[in-house]
Design a protein around this ligand. Sequence first.
Ligand code: HEC
Length: 120
Amino acid sequence: MAHMKLNFIIAVLALMVTGGALGADMPELARKLNCTACHDIDKTIVGPSWMNIAKKYKGVNRFTFDDRDYPLVEGMMMKVSKGGSGNWITTPYPMPANDAAGTKQAEIRELVIFILGLKK
Ligand code: HEC
């Protein structure tokens, strides 16, 4: 009995540490590609929170990059890959290139789709 109670307390503490069962976590891939240095799911760090990015592009299906118009996912992949600035007044910094060599496009696509899928 005392043992079950202890397990319960540990489970509650674990939930508090991870931010609760409802909050999505940054995916392993985001850690691997170092996105987590500047982004979090629901907090602005250097870059906008991924929740806010999802909200901003809710219902949007085009994206302008380098003065050219692309389908949202494709354009967003270019921005993440090559870096850029100007879309977020919450941050005065540009995003540096995350895939200048173009060798991680499949992973970048997966992350962009994950981010846009956070919209509620
Ligand atoms: C060194 C910091 C940094 C890193 C690392 C970084 N970002 Fe960003 N990111 C930013 C900043 C700053 C912005 C805001 C750019 C702007 O104002 O247009 C941003 C914007 C974005 C946006 C929104 C783009 C737009 O124009 O609205 C997406 C999507 C994004 N980042 C995804 C990623 C992904 C995926 C990774 C990892 C592969 C990543 N970022 C790594 C700093 C970073």
